[in-house]
Design a protein around this ligand. Structure first.
Ligand code: ARG
Length: 460
C-alpha cells in the first residue's frame, strides 16, 4: 500500500520499490513509531482536531499493533515502503476511517525525525550502561593490580616505571569522557520535531509541548525547516561512538601486544581466544583484533553521515534516509564490541612477574638516577641528565644495569654518588615516589579507583 497512491497512474517498478524502501532498516523503530503516533493522536484529540472517541480508538489499536509486532504475531511487511507506512496501513485496515485521521497535521518527514531521535535516546542509555560496566571492570582490575610494576612506554620504548593499575585507569579516564560525550549529544537529541510537518509546519492548532511531554522530550524544535532537516544528532552519536572505538581499539592493541610471547604481560582466558587451523600451538587474541578492526567500519559510518549531509539543501531530501543505516550500524557495532570485551578483561590473567622483569630492564630508572643527583646532591637537572646518560652508555658497554653498576663506577663519572643511589633507583622507589596527583604510585591508584567508582555511581 502506498500512502501517496492518488496522484499516480502506475505502481512503482518492483526493483525500484526495493531500492526506495527503508523497511529493512527502519522496522527496528516500530515501537518508537507507534509511541510517537499514540502521543500525536492523544494531542490531536485533546486539541479538538480529531474526535476524542477516534483518538481513543487509534491509541488502543496502535497499542495492540505494537504488542503483536513485539510477540511476533504480526509480521512487518518487507515490501512496505517504510515503518511509518506499514503501521498506518495496518491501523487503517483494522479500524477504517479513524485510522485515516492519524496523519492529520503530520508528515513522514517530522515523523521519521522523531522516531530516529527516540530510538537513539534509547540506544544512548544502553551504550552508557555498557560504558559504566566496562569502567567498573577496569577499576576492579586496577585495584587488584595497584602495585604491579610495569614499564611505561613512549615511542614503544621502555620509558619510566608505572603500575598496571595506573595504566588501566588511563582507559577509565577516556571512557568517562566518552560517557560525557554521549550525555552531551543526548541534550541536543532531546528536542521534539513533530509539528514541523513536511517542512512548513501546519495550520492546525497543535499543542506541541503536550506531545513533547507525553514522549518525555525536554524541548520542542523552534524552526520547522530545521526540525525536519537536522541530523546533527546522528553525526554526534556516530562521533561519540567513533571516539569510544578509538579508545577500545587502542586498548585492544595493547592487549594484543601484551599477550604476545614478546611481552607476555597477560594471558587471555581460553573462552576469549581462538586457535589456528594449521598451527597447533597458536592461541590468538581474535576478539581484541576484531574490536580493533571494527573501529574502522564505525569511522566509515561517521564519514558516510557527514558526507551524506554535506551540501544538502533544506529541507528534507531522500538522501537522509541513509542516516539510519549508518548511525544504527555505529551503535550496534559498539554494543557488539563491548559485550565480549568486559568478560575478556574480567577473566584475563595478569603476569605481574613478567611485567616487573620487563621494567627491570631498559634503564627505565634513568630519570630517577638523574633526579637523585638533583634532589640529594643539588646538581642542576641538565648536568644530572648528562651524567646519567654517560652511566647508561657505560652500563651498555659493560653489559650491566644501573642496579648492578658498582658504586666505584658511579663515582668515577661523578664523585657526588653514594650508596643512596641504589635505593633511589630501585623500581619500588621509582614507582612509590611518583605520587604527584595523576601519577602511578600504588596509593594514587587506590585513590583514583575510589574517585572513578564514585563518579560512575552517580552517572545516570
Ligand atoms: N523512509 C523515509 C526516511 O527514512 C521516511 C521519510 C520519507 N519522506 C518522504 N517524503 N519520502 O527518511
Amino acid at each position: 500500500m502506498k500512502l501517496w497512491k492518488g496522484r499516480f497512474a502506475k505502481e512503482v517498478d518492483p526493483k525500484t520499490n526495493d531500492f526506495n524502501s527503508s523497511i529493512s532498516v527502519d522496522s527496528r523503530m516500530f515501537a518508537e513509531d507507534i509511541k510517537g503516533s499514540i502521543a500525536h493522536a492523544t494531542m490531536l484529540a485533546a486539541s479538538g482536531i480529531i474526535e476524542k472517541s477516534e483518538g481513543d480508538k487509534i491509541c488502543a489499536e496502535l497499542e495492540k499493533i505494537s504488542e503483536e509486532i513485539e510477540s511476533g504475531k504480526l509480521i512487518i511487511d518487507p515490501n512496505a515502503e517504510d515503518i511509518h507506512t506499514f503501521v498506518e496501513g495496518e491501523l487503517t485496515e483494522r479500524i477504517g476511517d479513524a485510522g485515516k485521521r492519524l496523519h492529520t497535521a503530520r508528515s513522514r518527514n517530522d515523523q521519521v525525525a522523531l522516531d530516529v531521535r527516540m530510538t537513539l535516546k534509547k540506544e544512548c542509555q544502553v551504550m552508557k550502561g555498557q560504558l559504566k560496566d566496562l569502567i567498573q571492570v577496569l577499576c576492579n582490575k586496577a585495584e587488584a593490580y595497584s602495585n604491579a610494576v610495569m614499564p611505561g612506554y613512549t615511542h614503544m620504548q621502555r620509558a619510566q616505571p608505572i603500575t598496571f593499575g595506573h595504566h588501566l585507569l588511563a582507559y577509565c579516564e577516556m571512557l568517562l569522557r566518552d560517557f560525557e560525550r554521549f550525555e552531551d549529544a543526548e541534550k541536543r537529541m532531546d528536542v521534539m520535531p513533530l509539528g514541523s510537518g513536511a517542512l512548513a509546519g501546519t495550520t492546525y492548532p497543535l499543542n506541541r509541548e503536550m506531545t513533547a511531554e507525553l514522549l518525555g522530550f525536554a524541548a520542542v524544535s523552534q524552526n520547522s525547516l530545521d526540525g525536519v532537516s537536522d541530523r546533527d544528532f546522528c553525526v554526534e552519536i556516530a562521533f561519540a561512538v567513533s571516539m569510544t572505538m578509538v579508545h577500545l581499539s587502542r586498548f585492544c592493541e595493547e592487549l594484543i601486544l601484551w599477550c604476545s610471547w614478546e611481552f607476555k604481560f597477560i594471558e587471555l582466558d581460553d573462552a576469549f581466544s581462538t586457535g589456528s587451523s594449521i598451527m597447533p600451538q597458536k592461541k590468538n587474541p581474535d576478539i581484541a583484533e576484531l574490536i580493533r578492526g571494527k573501529s574502522g567500519r564505525v569511522f566509515g559510518d561517521l564519514t558516510a553521515l557527514l558526507t551524506m549531509m554535506k551540501g544538502l539543501p533544506l529541507a528534507y531530501n531522500k538522501d537522509m534516509q541513509e542516516d539510519k543505516e549508518a548511525v544504527f550500524d555505529a551503535v550496534d557495532t559498539l554494543k557488539l564490541c563491548v559485550t565480549p570485551l568486559i568478560p575478556m578483561i574480567e577473566t584475563m590473567t595478569v603476569l605481574t612477574e613478567n611485567m616487573r622483569n620487563a621494567a627491570a630492564k631498559g634503564f627505565i630508572n634513568a630519570t630517577d638516577c638523574a633526579d637523585y643527583l638533583v634532589a640529594e646532591k643539588g646538581l642542576p637537572f641538565r648536568d644530572a641528565y648528562k651524567i646519567t646518560g654517560e652511566l647508561v652508555a657505560l652500563c651498555i658497554a659493560e653489559n650491566l644495569t644501573l642496579e648492578t653498576l658498582p658504586l666505584a663506577s658511579y663515582q668515577a663519572v661523578c664523585s657526588a654518588f653514594d650508596e643512596g643511589i641504589y635505593h633511589a633507583i630501585s623500581l619500588d622507589t621509582c614507582v612509590n615516589e611518583r605520587k604527584v596527583l595523576g601519577g602511578p604510585a600504588p596509593e594514587n591508584v587506590k585513590n583514583q579507583v575510589k574517585r572513578v567508582m564514585t563518579i560512575i555511581e552517580e552517572l545516570k
